[in-house]
Design a protein around this ligand. Structure first.
Ligand code: GRG
Length: 299
């Protein structure tokens, strides 16, 4: 099962088109340094990827009837942060990986310094997108988007989870430690992707909680299926090296629960995620389909 079977092609096209626009310099550039940094940012951000996070923002915002002009922009800001995190994660100082989304990683295609700067450029651009009135006419909503993405991506979110992951490489971890680490490293961005839909709509707290809890369960299931793919997936389908967790002695859900137990836990989390959507009277099918896709994904 691939995203093409599940995701609405028009939404994916809008996401791809906007990412391309956002990463095109406003004025023609000729300085070789500027040409190189834009080239490197585009190389990583426009090189495929499932676009799960922006798709979640659009699907969550659709629950509340938010204009897609806003939700696609807000979702793309999160995708830019995600792309930066992948570039930096692949660096020799971190995961030291040479393949991502089926292509050589940024530091292989360019060099370490360019890869670091390309990640920095994508991260910074994300906040410029959220601060723009094109993302939402209400400055208070834009401030919420900026502060919530900063919290999800920063030291008490993804960056903190990545630090825990680096320190955990040599240790034996308990289930709660693995769950906390993953909820920060992977879960925080997935959760904020869904909450963005509610913030754009200025939805009530109960509805924001419902999409947040949906995403928290989904994010954990996503990480478990990521661990399963690292054990039993292939480089051809995932577009990245497999077997890295065991090679790097990283504690995973598969270590803790075994393959069958990990799959069972992911299935249970997906059921719990779908239950969260019961409070909505609008079309929950797009989010339900994403949840089911997470369980069966091969990439
Ligand atoms: C460097 C601050 C910093 C953080 C890195 C996201 C991350 C944190 C590391 C990536 C390592 C990894 C493989 C995590 C497992 C879950 C995950 C985020 C997988 C990649 O996300 P997908 O499958 O990727 O959505 P695509 O390529 O489809 O966008």
């Amino acid at each position: 099962m691939s995203t093409e079977d599940i995701f609405d092609a028009r939404i994916l096209e809008s996401i791809e088109g906007l990412l391309d626009d956002l990463l095109s310099p406003e004025n023609p550039i000729s300085a070789s340094g500027l040409v190189r940094i834009y080239d490197a940012m585009r190389y990583s951000a426009l090189a495929g990827g499932k676009r799960l996070r922006p798709y979640l923002t659009v699907a969550s915002a659709d629950l509340f009837g938010v204009s897609r002009t806003y939700s696609v922009r807000a979702g793309c800001a999160i995708e830019l942060v995600h792309c930066y995190s992948l570039i930096h994660d692949d660096l020799p100082a971190m995961d030291n990986s040479d393949l991502r989304r089926g292509h050589p990683t940024s530091h292989i295609a360019y060099d370490d310094a360019t890869a670091i700067l390309a990640g920095d450029g994508l991260l910074t651009e994300a906040f410029a997108v959220l601060a723009s009135a094109e993302t939402h006419p209400d400055a208070g909503v834009r401030t919420t988007l900026v502060s919530q993405l900063a919290a999800a991506a920063g030291a008490s979110g993804m960056v903190g989870g990545q630090m825990m992951d680096i320190l955990a490489e040599t240790g034996v971890a308990e289930a709660e430690d693995v769950e906390l680490l993953q909820s920060l490293k992977t879960g925080a961005l997935i959760r904020v992707s869904c909450r963005f839909g509610g913030y754009l709509a200025e939805a009530n707290e109960d509805h924001i909680m419902a999409v947040d809890t949906f995403a928290a369960r989904l994010g954990l299931a996503f990480q478990i299926t990521d661990d399963l793919l690292d054990v039993s997936g292939s480089e051809a389908s995932t577009g990245k090296p497999v077997g890295r967790d065991a090679a790097n002695q990283k504690p995973t859900f598969v270590d803790l629960l075994g393959e069958a137990g990990a799959h069972k836990k992911a299935a249970q989390l997906i059921c719990e995620a779908k239950d969260q959507l019961a409070c909505f009277s609008t079309d929950i099918q797009p989010l339900t389909r994403i949840a089911e896709f997470i369980l069966r994904r091969q990439a």
